[in-house]
Each structure stands twice: as structure tokens, then as C-alpha cells.
Design a protein around this ligand. Structure first.
Ligand SMILES: CC(C)(COP(=O)(O)OP(=O)(O)OC[C@H]1O[C@@H](n2cnc3c(N)ncnc32)[C@H](O)[C@@H]1OP(=O)(O)O)[C@@H](O)C(=O)NCCC(=O)NCCS
Length: 348
């Protein structure tokens, strides 16, 4: 069996920088509150009418493909991770295939939110290892700015998220470098505490509770309604403190799982690239695992939480800054909505 190596990385972030102070135009918040709770100073928002999740993914993909020394025509499988697709269906994978004039290859969309990139990486790894494909493109991209509640009501969520895209190309490794292992987990018990319910086919049931104040007759009629708009039901919901609590439990657990399976220790890690959920979460994980500052890469300060894009953007930046060299041990780890969480250990 082959090992899978990441042979090209790319990223794209929109030009529009939105500072915490810029958000004061829409909601009651403060730079101090946002920085203290999340570490975020600014984020990027896509151009409202010219950029989409797919177009940003394409820009990141072009760079990753070029750096892998191949062309879009050489790609033989696409995996696209996002929670903010251009269309409810079809997914962004086929839109990218069309935009990049690729061959009639397989295109798979992954909907695992914050852990989407690592889930995609794990799927791609299996296809390379068993010899089915030679050049797989993985993209994580999000256009959050289009679907957030920018009133004070939605401030606990809207200040956190930003737009952008990252991409990697996977190929068979010719030596012992590459992905050592991936680890995927889920627990749907609290699926609704970080979720966007509408539009959806949930029939207004959340376990034995009702999701929203709609009677059954209305639910029977609608997929999307004026009442949903009036009651701001078309935005994500999040119980921040509950997410925080679970994240600081599962991040260290899944990182240690990856190291233990490979008989390695935290001191062997050159770089941990955690999903950029919240700087306080990353700092907690760093402390808990006894990692030094230069063993952990964070860039949430500049981009906010870009969900499926956050790990490939951070990976690309760290690589561009010379923080990742051949032979280095890199750990990617994520936790998010679902809940799902995951890690990947890579010998670069
Ligand atoms: C969202 C998060 C930053 C909120 O911080 P917190 O300290 O838990 O804050 P709470 O939600 O308990 O709210 C505390 C107060 O701040 C207020 N608040 C919430 N958002 C605010 C904002 N943007 N600006 C100012 N005040 C805000 C709340 O209304 C609340 O006010 P109250 O005490 O008068 O009711 C934090 O819970 C978090 O980061 N959780 C993890 C979220 C995450 O990582 N999500 C992505 C998963 S991948």
C-alpha cells in the first residue's frame, strides 16, 4: 500500500477586511469583547455578488494544483467540504469541476462542518492508499457572511465566522512520508446546539421537543416561509458555552489518539494545526498538551472561524512561512457541529 502525501497547498481569502469595530455598525458588541472571548481581530467577507464558496475554492485549488506540479486535467477525484454551498443541491464539487474544466471525474461533497476538511482528507487518503486514484483535489471553502444574523440577536455567532478557502492535492508518496493515520468521530446527541435547521426536512422535531414555534399545519406546508424570515429562523444557532466545553474535551483526546496509535508523543510534534474555532480553545489545548508556542499554529486573529476552510488555510500559511519542512510531524485536529471531531497525523 502507498502512503498519501500532500503535494500542493493553496489558499484564497477575499480582499474585504472586516474589523471588529466595523461590526459595530450592525450590532451591539465591542472589539474588546470579541478579542477577549475569541482572539479574533478581523475577518474577510466575500464580495456579495462576485464571489461564492465555489469561486473561492477554485482560486485556492489553482494554487494547490500548480504547486503539486500538475494541471487541473490531471486531477482524478474532487472532494469539496463546505457547510455554505452555492446551492442546496447540487454540491460545490461539480461546480468546481465545471469551472476548472476538469475531466468527467468523480466529485464528492462532504458536509461535516468544522471537521469537514479532515474527513475529506481521510476519504482521499483511502483512495490513494489502495491505488484507485493518483491526484485527488481536496477543497474546504465557506461563504459564511451571506448567512449570518448581523443584528444584536445573532452577535454570539456572527462575530466569529469569516469567509475563505483552502485546498490540497493528494498523491501517492514515494518514500515513508505522508499521512500516518486519520481518526474520525461523532456524537449526534447534541446535534441541534450548533446547527442551522432551516430550510430542512426536520418536521419541526428535535428529539421530543419542537424546534421552533410553528404548528404542525404550517410545518406540513412549508420548506421555507415568511414566518421563518420574520422570526429569524434562517440563521445558525449555537450554544457557545456548551460547544466550548465539549471542544476542549475532544480536541486533546483526538490529538492524543493520533499520537498514541503511532507510538509518538507531543514532544515529537513539529506543528499542531487546530481548526480555528476560537483562540481560547486552541490555547487551552496547547496548555493541556504542554506544547510550546511555536508548536501550535493559529491565524484566527486575521480570518475568524472559516469552518471547513480553516485548516487548509492555516496549513497553507504555515507552509508558506517555512514552518513546515520535509520530515516534520504535523497534526491536524478539528471539532465542531454534529458534534464531529477528527485528527490526522502527517509526516511531511
Ligand atoms: C461564543 C463564545 C465566544 C461566547 O462567549 P461566552 O463567554 O461563552 O459568552 P456567553 O454566550 O455566555 O454570553 C455572555 C454574555 O455576552 C453576550 N454576548 C454574546 N455575544 C456577544 C458579542 N458579540 N458582543 C458582546 N456581547 C456578547 C451575551 O449576550 C451574554 O450577555 P448576558 O450575560 O448579558 O446574557 C464562546 O462561548 C465560544 O467561543 N464558544 C465556542 C464556540 C465555537 O467555537 N464555535 C465554533 C465551533 S467550531
Amino acid at each position: 500500500m502507498f502512503k498519501t502525501k500532500i503535494s500542493g497547498v493553496g489558499m484564497y481569502v477575499p480582499k474585504d477586511v472586516v474589523t471588529n469595530n466595523d461590526l459595530l455598525k450592525y450590532m451591539d458588541t465591542s472589539d474588546e469583547w470579541i478579542q477577549e472571548r475569541t482572539g479574533i481581530r478581523e475577518r474577510r467577507y466575500a464580495h456579495r455578488t462576485e464571489e461564492t464558496t465555489t469561486t473561492m475554492g477554485v482560486e485556492a485549488a489553482k494554487i494547490a494544483i500548480e504547486r503539486a506540479g500538475i494541471t487541473p486535467h490531471d486531477i482524478d477525484f474532487i472532494i469539496f467540504a463546505t457547510l455554505s454551498p452555492d446551492y442546496y443541491f447540487p454540491g460545490c464539487g461539480v461546480l468546481l469541476q465545471r469551472a476548472m474544466k476538469m475531466k468527467e471525474i468523480g466529485a464528492l461533497d462532504v458536509r461535516n462542518q468544522c471537521s469537514g476538511f479532515i474527513y475529506a482528507l481521510s476519504v482521499g487518503d483511502q483512495f490513494i492508499k489502495n491505488g484507485m486514484y493518483k491526484n485527488i483535489l481536496i477543497v474546504g471553502a465557506e461563504k459564511h457572511s451571506f448567512g449570518l444574523d448581523f443584528s444584536t440577536r445573532g452577535r454570539n455567532i456572527s462575530v466569529i465566522f469569516g469567509d475563505g478557502a483552502g485546498a490540497v492535492v493528494l498523491q501517492p508518496s514515494v518514500n515513508d512520508s505522508g499521512i500516518l493515520s486519520t481518526h474520525l468521530h461523532s456524537d449526534g446527541e447534541n446535534a441541534e446546539i450548533l446547527a442551522m435547521y432551516n430550510p430542512g426536512t426536520h418536521a419541526n422535531h428535535w428529539k421530543d421537543q419542537k424546534l421552533a414555534d410553528f404548528d404542525d399545519a404550517e410545518i406540513a406546508e412549508m420548506f421555507m416561509s415568511h414566518k421563518m424570515i420574520d422570526k429569524a429562523q434562517l440563521f445558525p444557532n449555537m450554544d457557545g458555552p456548551a460547544v466550548f466545553k465539549k471542544a476542549i474535551e475532544k480536541f486533546p483526546e483526538v490529538i492524543m489518539e493520533a499520537l498514541t496509535v503511532n507510538n509518538l508523543q507531543t514532544s515529537d510534534l513539529r506543528l499542531l494545526i487546530p481548526h480555528q474555532a476560537n483562540l481560547r480553545i486552541s490555547q487551552f489545548v496547547q496548555k493541556k498538551l504542554g506544547l510550546s508556542d511555536d508548536q501550535v499554529y493559529n491565524n484566527i486573529q486575521k480570518y475568524g472561524n472559516t469552518t471547513a476552510a480553516s485548516i487548509p488555510i492555516a496549513l497553507c500559511e504555515a507552509w508558506e512561512q517555512g514552518k513546515i519542512k520535509n520530515g516534520d510531524l504535523i497534526c491536524l485536529a478539528a471539532f465542531g457541529s454534529g458534534f464531529t471531531w477528527a485528527s490526522a497525523l502527517i509526516k511531511w
